[in-house]
Write a protein that binds this ligand. Structure first.
Ligand SMILES: Cc1cc2nc3c(=O)[nH]c(=O)nc-3n(C[C@H](O)[C@H](O)[C@H](O)COP(=O)(O)OP(=O)(O)OC[C@H]3O[C@@H](n4cnc5c(N)ncnc54)[C@H](O)[C@@H]3O)c2cc1C
Length: 444
């Protein structure tokens, strides 16, 4: 990073980090990539891609360039557009699009010869030692052998562990494509239909995408409660409108039905199928049962237990830093946690994860500046987040946020998800396709 200003360090703490600052980001999903790219922007003196432009009358903050070495570690070999999973598991072409290998993401490559790119390692982090500021890393395919990754600042962005089919279990794009294709074939060849169990957002979207793409397929969504989205803190009209749209799209619904057992049986023509039994005695025949009821758990086993709540979420501060807890975690101020794994208000959303990535980036950049210039850091803080949702239901969507209330329809789908279940919206927001040609030329 030849053109980057490296200022002399203040001689206050001989153990304090010096440039190039090492930033380690664990998890390369929406939150992790946002953190990585926004840190890179700030350290190269650019406006951060996910930051807000200055308000009228305000001037943009003085750029502060500093050499940085950014590493992202992820168990998967690519960025997964998780929001698109319901469509990826109904449409093979889309499944190919929804998982992009990190090596194919232009934004992670250096923009110019003087700018380091973002290094992505395919493997997992199994523990961190905040005192020594090292993470234990297990390379994918490297057996049980571990190595250490040193860092000055750490961002934990490992999200939630979700069961298949809500989230892919594959770690490689190739394997995921194979599993998605198998799932799609099994679901769409069904003569007796598909039963989707679970009326949360994932179940609703899976059922509606299948029905939209295969109108002749019998799709039944089963939910144990009398309203969809029953565990979400959303107004009743959002839940009832979601049910209406689902039914309008041709999905059969069985409310207040709790799955009991599934067993192989023969239909009257002697064909093998499944008999699905519910605890209220009702039964039906199907060829495939898709479970969309998993309770996700935070992927935080590698973090110090004292920073987690009882359910494993990180007890973040509004700056997204680890809890200070009177010094219980050494160097807590240099550790951040963002995205789904953080204990915070609001429904877990990718927009929230990307915004948190930006805030962590800003705050880390402020710490670097403090370290080198002694300037008092001006931290950004995360506000409380009210419940809000955008739910794709086939050709329409239902959206709710407190100021706007509930809206629904085809135009709402377009606004919230575009025409590819939000892939392009997220891709463009994070500018994963890389800078425009003229920006590269200008900077070289
Ligand atoms: C089916 C489905 C539909 C959804 N629909 C919507 C929607 O319409 N709108 C919306 O806003 N949100 C939606 N969400 C929620 C949204 O996907 C999450 O809020 C978002 O993914 C959170 O981003 P994240 O970066 O925190 O975590 P993730 O996107 O889950 O990324 C975490 C990354 O960390 C990696 N990882 C985990 N553990 C380790 C480890 N120990 N070492 C290394 N890497 C690790 C994982 O491989 C993964 O790549 C949906 C979720 C699902 C499952």
């Amino acid at each position: 990073m030849g053109s980057i200003t490296e200022l002399p360090a203040l001689a206050v703490d001989s153990t304090a980090p010096l440039p190039p600052f090492k930033v380690l980001i664990v998890g390369g999903g929406y939150g992790g990539l946002s953190a990585a790219l926004n840190i890179q922007d700030l350290c190269c003196g650019r406006a951060p891609r996910c930051g807000e432009p200055p308000k009228e009358g305000e001037s943009a903050p003085e750029p502060f360039q500093v050499a940085v070495d950014i590493t992202v570690v992820d168990e998967r070999d690519g960025f997964v557009h998780l929001i698109g999973m319901p469509l990826a598991l109904a449409d093979e072409k889309y499944a190919e699009k929804a998982w992009v290998k990190y090596e194919d993401i232009a934004a992670l490559r250096p923009r110019s010869s003087s700018e380091g790119g973002i290094r992505v390692l395919h493997g997992s982090v199994s523990s961190i030692d905040p005192e020594r500021k090292v993470a234990t890393y297990v390379a994918r395919g490297g057996g049980v052998q571990t190595s250490e990754l040193e860092y000055d600042y750490l961002v934990a962005a490992t999200g939630l562990r979700r069961a298949w089919p809500a989230a892919p279990q594959a770690m490689r794009q190739k394997q995921f494509r194979f599993e998605a294709a198998q799932h799609i074939h099994a679901a769409t060849e069904a003569k007796h239909g598909v039963v989707v169990v679970g009326g949360g957002a994932v179940g609703i979207e899976m059922a509606s995408e299948l029905k939209m793409l295969y109108p002749n397929l019998k799709v039944t969504l089963v939910h144990s409660r009398d309203a969809l989205l029953s565990s979400e803190p959303l107004p009743d009209d959002v839940k009832s409108r979601s049910l209406e749209i689902l039914r309008e799209g041709g999905v059969d619904t069985l409310m207040s039905h709790r799955l009991d057992t599934t067993e192989e049986t023969l239909d009257p023509q002697g064909n093998t199928c499944l008999r699905v039994r519910f605890t209220n005695g009702h039964t039906l025949l199907a060829d495939k049962v898709i479970m969309a009821v998993s309770s996700p758990v935070p992927s935080t086993t590698y973090l110090p237990p004292q920073i987690l709540n009882d359910e494993g979420y990180v007890r973040i501060q509004p700056t997204l830093g680890f809890p200070a807890d009177g010094g219980a975690t050494p160097h807590a101020q240099d550790h951040f946690a963002i995205g789904d794994l953080a204990q915070w208000s609001g429904i877990k959303r990718c927009g929230g994860a990307m915004h948190m990535g930006y805030i962590a980036a800003h705050n880390i950049h402020q710490l670097m500046r403090q370290r080198l210039q002694g300037a008092e850091p001006v931290f950004q803080k995360l506000n409380e987040v009210p419940p809000m949702i955008g739910l794709a239901v086939g050709t329409k969507a239902v959206a709710y946020w407190p100021e706007g209330g509930m809206t629904s329809g085809e135009d709402v789908l377009k606004t919230f998800f575009g025409d590819d279940l939000g892939f392009s919206i997220c891709w463009n927001y994070l500018q994963l396709g890389g800078p425009k040609k003229e920006e590269v030329v200008a900077e070289v």
